[in-house]
Design a protein around this ligand. Structure first.
Ligand code: 5GP
Ligand code: ZN
Length: 135
């Protein structure tokens, strides 16, 4: 596996994912154990571990895609709001050392927890098919 990294394997198509958006620089797909319905991860295809070692131009491209995908999710899900989360280092809860942004959709006045829930693969597949973007 390239860079011994699960997100590189997803970017290369070696490991399947429930894709929401893709272009030449960036991939967005559903988190396998979502915090909330529609929880999406946005990654640059080129591997870097975290924010500080990612080039500014890459970050600029990724955050623009985060905005694009989040804007789409607001209507497509729909959701009432969303959190953007980006963890750096084990101490901050980072478990996959490939830089990524979480888009966490929010619904009404639910409790604002950041906790994974075991994903239902059939549900995730159907949801990704419903909300997938065409560029
Ligand atoms: P972190 O805590 O590193 O910021 O977040 C990593 C996220 O990646 C977690 O929410 C976890 O559920 C998700 N994740 C880990 N492995 C996979 C995988 O193979 N596929 C997908 N779609 N998500 C993953
Ligand atoms: Zn990687």
């Amino acid at each position: 596996m390239k860079n011994n990294c699960v997100f590189c394997a997803i970017a290369e198509g070696e490991i399947p994912s429930f894709k929401v958006y893709e272009d030449e620089l960036v991939l967005a797909y559903l988190d396998i154990n979502p915090f909330t319905k529609g929880h999406t991860l946005v990654i640059p295809k080129v591997h870097t571990a975290g924010l500080v070692d990612t080039p500014d131009e890459t970050l600029a491209a990724v955050i623009a895609r985060v905005k694009k995908v989040a804007t789409h999710l607001k209507d497509a899900l729909p959701c009432d709001g969303f959190n953007i989360l980006q963890n750096n280092g084990e101490a901050a809860g980072q478990t996959v050392m490939h830089v990524h942004f979480h888009i966490v959709p929010r619904y009404g006045m639910e409790e604002l927890a950041f906790a994974n829930h075991k994903g239902d693969m059939a549900e995730l597949k159907a949801l990704a098919e419903r909300i997938r973007m065409n560029g």
